[in-house]
Design a binder for this molecule. Structure first.
Ligand code: 5GP
Ligand code: ZN
Length: 114
């Protein structure tokens, strides 16, 4: 059994609110959302850094983020903007060492300092 939290979610060893899954990518709700609707887009292959992904998988991750972006904008959260965020390495703030792209709604003066 792996000790990677995201691999364990992919393998259904840990629960998550999954919003999308295909052969290459899984997307699920962040357990500690910055704002309601905060989603993590995660390649199913275990790689620590985005630079380790092949171009095809990188494209799939960003294409899925775009689809999620459109879905969030149409949803009841009624956001005013969307942030994409990816922490690549510990010094950049990465805490889960399985590469992932954050997609989360933003609101004017929501207090999140990005
Ligand atoms: P990082 O700092 O590595 O970019 O972000 C890791 C993200 O994973 C954080 O936003 C954190 O809330 C989220 N996270 C950590 N553990 C879990 C978990 O077990 N389930 C879910 N759904 N999200 C998690
Ligand atoms: Zn992993």
């Amino acid at each position: 059994m792996t000790d990677c939290i995201f691999c364990r979610i992919i393998n259904r060893e840990l629960p998550a609110s999954i919003v999308h899954e295909d052969d290459h990518i899984i997307a699920f709700m962040d357990i500690q959302p910055v704002n309601p609707g905060h989603i993590l887009v995660v390649p199913k292959i275990h790689q620590v850094f985005i630079s380790e992904l092949d171009e095809n998988l990188t494209s799939r991750m960003f294409n899925m983020a775009s689809r999620i972006n459109r879905a969030i904008r149409k949803s009841e959260v009624q956001c005013e903007g969307i942030n994409y965020f990816l922490a690549d390495g510990e010094a950049a703030g990465q805490e889960v060492f399985h590469t992932h792209l954050h997609v989360f709604p933003r609101f004017t003066n929501d207090g999140f300092g990005l």
